[in-house]
Design a protein around this ligand. Structure first.
Ligand SMILES: *Cc1c(COP(=O)(O)O)cnc(C)c1O
Length: 300
């Protein structure tokens, strides 16, 4: 992308580093685990959020858009990243937030406003229809023209951005794992595989079976066909999206103590716990090389 005054992508850490994790739980099963550290790409636009925004920002700029509009909950990493990307790449940003306004704003929304984002709110029932033409038309009436990024930033261009993740990895590997929120990351990662490799997603949502259809649909939108192989593990959600299970906290603290890396509790920790679980159950043959995609940073 052409530079603007505040442009930051030149300093982004790409390709993101790959590090091996040494842990007796892995060596006991003769499995090697590599961490693809997308969390280190940039502090403001970390991980998969940059992968998903990259080609969307290019398209928005090419089509002459001045404003990005997107949707999210009050703790959405995507809202935060879109505000930062708008700030650094010269777009106005509008965040359509689910639910009622709260005063004072939480840290995510404070950060968004500090980076120039205009916030507007949809109650929960209207939010459910957010991608429908009548709601979008009402938003255009209120805010004028904008480039629309869907909730979570997952669309065909986001999928294409995420397909670059496995292609950056020069080490041989058999499987690559990532957390699944909307499925955009998994759809892309699976599309970027080479023969003999597979992608495994870990749903962070309870009852995430519908994500299989969403991933398929996103690949259809991006490529006109399904790519893979991939599958989604549904049993590691720890009660659901933002639930606070003590076992998960324990896992995060233990992992941080052993490896000096604090995983975020909504996504990364559930995936990592799921990987150790599959390893323990012998689901990776001895000699396997598995990549864990670290999509974001700890939410403290
Ligand atoms: C948004 C996010 C995800 C979810 O990615 P999807 O493409 O929506 O499945 C995973 N990890 C982190 C850290 C995120 O912020």
């Amino acid at each position: 992308m052409a530079a603007t005054g505040r442009e930051r992508s030149a300093s982004f850490l790409l390709p993101s580093p790959v590090e091996e994790l040494t842990d007796p739980r892995l060596t006991d099963r003769s499995v090697r685990l590599l961490l693809k550290r997308d969390d280190l790409i940039d502090p403001d636009v970390p991980g998969n959020k940059w992968r998903k925004l990259k080609y969307n920002l290019e398209a928005a700029r090419r089509d002459g858009h001045k404003t990005l509009l997107t949707f999210g909950g009050t703790f959405s990493n995507h809202i935060r990243a879109t505000a930062a990307a708008g700030h650094y790449f010269g777009f106005a940003t509008i965040g359509v937030i689910r639910g009622e306004p709260h005063d004072p704003l939480n840290p995510v929304l404070t950060y968004a406003v500090d980076h120039g984002m205009t916030l507007t709110y949809l109650d929960r029932s209207a939010y459910r229809h957010k991608h429908e033409p009548t709601v979008v038309r009402r938003l255009r009436d209120e805010f004028g023209e904008f480039y629309l990024l869907p909730e979570g930033g997952s669309n065909a261009l986001a999928v294409r951005g995420c397909a670059e993740i496995p292609q950056e990895i020069t080490e041989r590997f058999d499987a690559i794992c990532c957390p699944v929120g909307t499925g955009g990351t998994l759809a892309g990662v699976a599309a970027g595989l080479q023969a003999g490799q597979e992608a495994i997603g870990f749903s962070v949502l309870k009852g995430g079976g519908f994500l299989n259809d969403d991933v398929r649909e996103l690949q259809e939108q991006a490529y006109g066909e399904e790519r893979g192989p991939w599958r989604i593990e549904l049993g590691h959600h720890f009660g659901g999206y933002a639930k606070q299970k003590p076992e998960l906290t324990e896992f995060i603290d233990d992992f941080a103590g052993k490896h000096g890396l604090r995983l975020d509790r909504i996504y990364g920790a559930k995936m990592m716990c799921g990987i150790f679980d599959l390893v323990e159950r012998g689901r990776f043959p001895a000699g396997s090389v598995v990549v864990a995609l670290i999509t974001g940073v700890a939410d403290t």
